[in-house]
Design a protein around this ligand. Structure first.
Ligand SMILES: Cc1cc2nc3c(=O)[nH]c(=O)nc-3n(C[C@H](O)[C@H](O)[C@H](O)COP(=O)(O)OP(=O)(O)OC[C@H]3O[C@@H](n4cnc5c(N)ncnc54)[C@H](O)[C@@H]3O)c2cc1C
Length: 278
């Protein structure tokens, strides 16, 4: 493979910057999908938890369930947004994403109209400091998410769970209803197979029968579920926290963690709490 070529944005024969093809799309609800995309050329290696851009032009058709755009897209402009990669870190030839449709949004309303075989743009670089690899071995790891905020954790677990038998790893995933719990089956399966992994889904407004928690994430944490159920303490020396999803949840959980002495991780200033808002 000629790497120098694969890392540049190129204009294709059809005049677009499209450089990838949809391989599969699974709707787990009308507004939640798992989509797999093959770039024309493999990407460079990345770290679990990182993100890249997806893009479509404004002239592409929007989904039938979309609503008028908040800001109408320009026809000839490539609309690009960031998405966390769900795939295992060595998978540089095919990328999986977990995406929610913002009905009035520019890009997601067009992504939801795609089908297998359709073309789109995928970023040529993969970046981000929301990563597990810098967390010391043996440290307990708590991953908190709402909605599609689960995406980077699936990549963490697919890539690293085998390497960290000494760490307790907990995923707390919050949503309104069962369709907000993407990767439910995969996470339950991990819990069955790895004695150090624990999955804690919580639904605040379930329409169907639900035996699990019905607290919002902040209340779950304040009720000491980590200490009582898993003997994990919110101690910056022993436990790393990852928090990803809706800005309101991220901010409330961060506030709770500051009281235990946590500091936000930045590339220039390492901390024990990693945060990704979207
Ligand atoms: C690092 C990073 C990783 C991300 N990873 C993911 C991911 O894995 N999956 C995923 O689905 N999204 C992810 N996002 C969000 C994504 O980049 C887009 O912002 C989102 O898909 C909306 O794009 P859009 O063009 O459809 O909406 P836009 O046209 O950008 O927004 C339209 C309107 O909707 C509002 N809006 C935007 N997003 C939301 C939202 N989520 N809920 C409610 N209102 C909203 C905007 O404020 C605006 O008013 C990530 C964002 C970042 C920064």
């Amino acid at each position: 493979m000629d790497e120098s070529k694969s890392l540049k944005n190129v204009v294709a024969m059809d005049g677009t910057q499209y450089n990838a093809t949809v391989v599969s799309k699974v709707l787990i609800s009308p507004d939640h999908m798992m989509i797999k995309i093959d770039p024309d050329e493999a990407r460079n290696e990345f770290e679990a938890g990182q993100h890249t851009q997806l893009g479509l032009y404004g002239f592409e058709k929007r989904s039938s369930s979309s609503e008028p755009e908040t800001i109408p897209a320009e026809e000839d402009k490539l609309i690009k947004r960031l998405y966390s990669i769900v795939s295992e870190k060595n998978d540089t030839r095919q990328f999986e994403f977990y995406i929610t449709q913002v009905k009035s949004g520019q890009l997601t309303s067009r992504l939801f109209n795609l089908n297998s075989g359709d073309r789109l743009y995928i970023g040529t670089s993969i970046t981000g400091s929301f990563r597990l690899d810098e967390t010391p071995d043996g440290t307990d790891i708590v991953m908190v998410a709402t909605g599609t905020g689960i995406a980077p954790y699936i990549s963490f677990l697919r890539s690293h769970i085998v390497e960290r038998p000494e760490s307790k790893m907990v995923v707390i995933h919050g949503g309104s209803n069962h369709w907000d719990l993407g990767y439910f089956g995969e996470l339950l399966n991990l819990q069955k197979n790895y004695p150090n992994f624990f999955y804690v889904p919580t639904l605040i407004d379930p329409v169907d029968h639900w035996d699990g928690y019905t607290f919002c994430i902040e209340d779950l944490l304040k009720n000491d579920v980590l200490q009582n159920q898993f003997n994990i303490s919110p101690d910056p020396e022993r436990t790393r926290f990852y928090v990803s999803g809706k800005p309101e949840m991220v901010s409330r959980v961060s506030e709770w963690l500051y009281d235990f002495g946590y500091t936000k991780h930045k590339q220039s200033d390492p901390g024990e709490m990693y945060v990704e808002e979207f």
